[in-house]
Design a protein around this ligand. Structure first.
Ligand code: PHE
Length: 452
């Protein structure tokens, strides 16, 4: 990055900023619907195993790469080996694909927030409400533009620091609210305990390779991996901080919130539907369909509902800002343009792509590409195709071109690197094979060659 490289004030500053990027819709909206769909406990178990092995190794490698080179993704790979600059570009495409549809969902969150504030809570508890809302043409577009616009204005005027400060207060409140909703659902709703069992007890008969594919995609998404973001964060990190410890903390934070979000939503799905397959497998709408029903039965539910969606909105905004910030900084570096034109350009591209995702649920709902509508397609392309490729190439690069030793030196600054064997084995052997298998499975699955 050619512009000024500031650094985080200290250990806590770094962890909180990275956690602000990591904790977002991925944890609260995406994790629960995947866990519900892919068998509950078995998904949770696979996800946890992947997080402490694969996720740990990849996040550690990315942060170390950034801190070692003091550059963001494109520069970092290129400066170490010219032939690998492509990897930086590849990683940079991902935020460009994610941000537009992320903002569409951010728009859904704003709509639900507005609904609770204006006393529409009871109507939103109706099963058909969400489907009817997203199939409208104009309204979801307006909320999407609003979310995207707020993100762009924050990045344009460089006021991220203010938002981060607010979000530091919001995050603990969000955790408390999630806990309150969990306790309320589990202890007062009939059938909720079956949901707890479904979520916590792994049922091995529900395991398939797609469980792993989905869990791996979710891991990348939730921990902001394989898209250059953690490399950039690493480049801002002070040299005397232990990367290993920070990664563990970010991971704990990120996974903890995802876990609680699942515990908040899945038992509620059971309470309202008895855990029937269609309710569990409904996908992106799960949170929006289920939670208003909980709030409708809860004393003070509309206030709690409004508070909940405000917190989710902040978590989503801090993530969207980090996505947009990354893209803007790439455009500035590569095109040599200022912050303002870069912001306007990125905003324009995101609006165009985001419109596709909105219209995919309404006017263009019959348009299907490889069997998916636009939002699912973007989600699939980024999480199941480009991210595994980027992760694979990163492992090959760190494992065989740069060699793990070169990063271990960086990782040993500020103290011993305890997980060095795990790190080396993961990066050199397990992760590359795994990511390749994941990639193959998702391609085979989508083209229906083999039904996995
Ligand atoms: N990790 C964020 C989430 O869970 C999404 C995100 C991905 C943010 C990539 C920044 C970069 O919502």
């Amino acid at each position: 990055m050619s512009h000024k490289r500031s650094s985080f004030s200290g250990k806590v500053g770094f962890v909180l900023a990275a956690a602000g990027s990591a904790v977002g819709l991925g944890n609260i909206w995406r994790f629960p619907y995947l866990a519900a769909k892919y068998g509950g406990g078995i998904f949770l178990l696979v996800y946890l195993i992947l997080a402490v092995t694969f996720g740990f190794a990849l996040m550690t490698a990315e942060i170390a790469l950034g801190r070692k080179t003091q550059l963001s993704a494109i520069g970092a790979f290129g400066s170490l080996n010219k032939r690998f600059s492509f990897l930086g570009y590849l990683a940079s495409i991902v935020p460009m694909i994610i941000l537009p549809y992320y903002s569409v969902i951010g728009g859904w969150v704003m709509k639900y927030l507005a609904g609770f504030v204006t006393g529409e809570g009871a109507a939103m508890a109706n099963d058909a409400y969400f489907g009817a809302y997203i199939s409208k043409t104009a309204e979801p577009i307006i909320w999407f533009l609003l979310f995207m616009g707020i993100t762009a204005v924050i990045v344009l005027f460089d006021v991220e620091k203010g938002i981060e400060k607010v979000s530091k207060i919001m995050m603990p409140i969000l955790v408390v609210l999630i806990l309150v909703i969990c306790v309320y659902t589990i202890f007062s709703m009939d059938g909720a305990l079956d949901g707890v069992a479904y979520y916590l007890k792994p049922d091995f008969s529900k395991f398939s390779i797609m469980t792993v594919v989905a869990a791996m995609g979710q891991l990348f998404y939730s921990m902001s991996l394989a898209m250059g973001i953690m490399i950039t964060f690493g480049s801002y990190m002070k040299k005397d901080i232990r990367i290993e410890k920070s990664v563990r903390q970010i991971e704990l934070f990120d996974t903890g919130i995802a876990f609680l979000a699942g515990l908040m939503i899945i038992p509620a799905v059971f309470a309202f539907s008895g855990g029937d397959e269609t309710a569990l497998g409904q996908g992106p709408g799960l949170m929006f369909v289920t939670l208003p029903k909980v709030f409708a039965t809860m004393p003070g539910g509309s206030v709690i509902g409004a508070a909940f969606f405000i917190m989710v909105l902040f978590a989503a905004l801090t993530s969207a800002i980090s996505l947009m910030e990354t893209i803007v900084s790439i455009f500035r570096d590569k095109l040599g343009i200022g912050r303002k034109p870069a912001c306007i350009l990125v905003f324009g591209i995101c609006v165009a792509l985001g419109l596709l995702s909105c219209l995919g649920y309404s006017a263009w709902s019959t348009v299907k590409i490889i069997g998916m509508q636009f939002l699912d397609l973007f989600d699939f392309l980024s999480n199941s195709i480009i991210m595994p490729i980027t992760a694979f190439a990163t492992c090959i690069f760190v494992g065989y071109i740069l060699k793990p030793k070169a990063l271990i030196a960086e990782l040993e600054r500020g103290g011993p690197f305890k997980a060095r064997t795990l790190f080396t084995v993961m990066i050199k052997y397990v992760a590359p094979i795994f990511t390749l298998l994941i990639l193959l499975s998702s391609i085979l699955d989508v083209f229906g060659v083999v039904k996995i």
